[in-house]
Design a protein around this ligand. Structure first.
Ligand SMILES: [Zn+2]
Length: 182
């Protein structure tokens, strides 16, 4: 889903498109391998308001996904509507040549909703990807207080192999390691 600035009129244009579930799956697995997708494509609705070469993008992304909880590995699912509030400024217009590289990075990261584009092309698909990467939790988990209390073999195995180790299992994993060593 590309916007070509040459053909984009001033004022509002609206876009409605779908992201195939396999594409959404790739994005989610970049966040955490515990995510998986359903067959439902991801629905994106955006309006783009153009004022001169500044673009204000508003809208929502409907994401349906499944996951294994990072704490207890219970399988769950969710449907989320991610808000899109993004301002895109032409890189040429902010006189980046006068900024050092550090200042430029600061300008972008201080306000996550502003980014810069260069050239004549803006990818709404790439924008949707950035929203998903920012808005979806880094590690999926059951709603607060709903994790299963009992450790399962699978959860123990995961905590041994994965980077995240629930402190409750750490002692148990160490005990198992010690037993295997002897
Ligand atoms: Zn859980």
């Amino acid at each position: 889903m590309e916007l070509y600035l040459k053909g984009l009129r001033q004022g509002r244009s609206t876009y409605d498109f779908e992201i195939p579930s396999h594409q959404l799956g790739e994005w989610l697995r970049d966040i955490d391998e515990l995510y998986s997708v359903t067959d439902t494509p991801c629905r994106v609705q955006m309006s783009v308001d153009r004022v001169e070469d500044n673009l204000m993008v508003r809208g929502e992304i409907r994401v349906e996904a499944e996951f294994d909880c990072a704490r207890c590995l219970t399988h769950g699912g969710f449907e989320k509507v991610l808000p899109v509030h993004w301002t895109l400024l032409p890189r040429a217009g902010v006189h980046t040549d006068r900024l050092t590289e550090d200042e430029e990075v600061e300008l972008s990261s201080d306000d996550l909703e502003i980014s810069f584009y260069s050239g004549d092309e803006v990818s709404l698909l790439e924008l949707a990807r950035e929203v998903v990467m920012l808005e979806i939790d880094a590690a999926p988990s059951c709603p607060d207080g709903e994790c299963t209390e009992t450790p399962t073999l699978k959860a123990l195995h995961h905590s041994e192999t994965g980077a995240r180790m629930d402190p409750r299992w750490a002692a148990l994993a160490k005990l198992k390691e010690d037993m295997e060593r002897n």
